[in-house]
Design a protein around this ligand. Structure first.
Ligand code: FAD
Length: 342
């Protein structure tokens, strides 16, 4: 069962999902399962939302049926689950505009693409992530300096410096230490904000921990080679081919806030029964949506995504049933190939 408009040269899909976090990826699966074509737009270059960007190596314990699944594994499983239905991924595109088009909508992106859709599911979390930058490291971004770690194996046998004092910084240091030649954690304060258990692990690990310390300069010709670290006692230079600035991310709805859907505390207000926003055919799910009694968790976002897509399915195909066939029914499984738009 594939979406009737999946190959439309006009770029029309039944459902456009904004955000490829867990809620958006599950919405993409659900659209396919309901026989609807789907496009997923995300500002990041990889799917997974907060899970991929902030904690891909952390085990997540409260996703139903997957005890202790690593963030990275959960995202890969969500992508694989949707893949047979061939959702189109438009990664590295920020959705900026929403305009009515017939009975549906057109989403415009910051890179000039348009997605025409019968319905829109906003699964944008708290908005587009922007990393907090380490000013002296900016010239080496992409040349040894990164804000998260998409591939820990790339740090094998390297001298790694992690900067920060929260959970991400401590987790990255612990994840990379077994792979790296040396791992140094630099934190500007004397105490960590991270989980106490993780801090204990850190202090028991081979990671060199420098507190009340700042990275004050980066050196290297084509790539990062050394960092300068300043403490009260003086300055030291360390070899560093990789620096992870885990200083946190800020998130902002940005242009989505001007789409005309009613907001409450910066979140899209959604009907709890249907997930529809104040705009007809525009649904909101996951962390970026709200209703009385909201619980922002991955597992809740999954349910909201299924609810939104089932209601969109009825709106797009009047006469179709709200409750889908069981996924165990062999006729309910679809086909197709995932595609990425550039
Ligand atoms: P997000 O994951 O935030 O994804 C939103 C996506 O939308 C992002 O990829 C973003 O780039 C994209 N986006 C935003 N605006 C635009 C735009 N204009 N155009 C294009 N794309 C856009 N939850 C749990 O249930 N269990 C846990 O154990 C757990 N641990 C956590 C640990 C940490 C350190 C953190 C930070 C969170 C944790 N959470 C946990 C919360 C969980 O990650 C979120 O509830 C979940 O990621 C929400 O998913 P989402 O798909 O709604 O939004």
């Amino acid at each position: 069962m594939t979406g009737t408009n999946a190959g439309d040269p006009d770029g029309y899909v039944d459902i456009a999902v904004v955000g490829a976090g867990p809620s958006g990826l599950y919405a993409a699966y659900y659209a396919g399962f309901r026989g609807l074509s789907c496009a997923v737009v995300d500002a990041l270059d990889e799917p997974g939302g907060q899970v991929a960007a902030l904690y891909p190596e952390k085990p997540i314990h409260d996703v139903a049926g997957l005890p202790g699944v690593k963030g990275r594994e959960l995202v890969a499983a969500l992508v694989a689950q949707a893949e047979p239905f061939g959702p189109r991924y438009l990664l590295g595109h920020t959705a900026t505009t929403l305009t009515p088009r017939g009975t549906g909508w057109t989403i415009g992106t910051d890179r000039g693409r348009q997605v025409h859709a019968g319905a829109v599911v906003i699964a944008a979390g708290l908005g587009r992530f922007v990393p907090r930058r380490l000013p002296c490291a900016v010239p080496y971004e992409g040349r040894g300096v990164a804000y998260h770690v998409p591939d820990p194996a790339a740090h094998r046998d390297k001298d790694v410096v992690v900067v920060g004092g929260g959970d991400s910084a401590v987790d990255w240091a612990l994840t990379l230490a077994p792979l790296a030649r040396t791992t140094t954690l630099v934190h500007r304060r004397g105490t960590f904000r991270a989980h106490a258990h993780s801090v204990k692990q850190l202090l028991d690990s081979p990671v060199r921990v420098l507190t009340d310390a700042r990275v004050t300069a980066c050196h290297g010709t084509t790539r990062l080679a050394e960092v300068e670290i300043t403490q009260e006692a003086g300055t030291l230079r360390l070899p560093a081919q990789e620096l992870v600035a885990a200083l946190g991310f800020s998130a902002a709805l940005g242009p989505l806030a001007d789409w005309g859907a009613a907001l409450e505390d910066g979140l899209f207000r959604a009907d709890p029964a249907t997930r529809e926003t104040s705009l007809p055919g525009v649904y909101a799910v996951g962390d970026g949506s709200t209703h009385p009694g909201r619980v922002p968790l991955i597992s809740v976002g999954f349910g909201e995504a299924a609810t939104a897509v089932n209601h969109a399915a009825v709106a797009l195909r009047p006469g179709s049933r709200l409750a889908p066939a069981h996924s165990t029914d062999p006729d309910a499984a679809g086909g197709g190939t995932a595609r990425t738009w550039s």
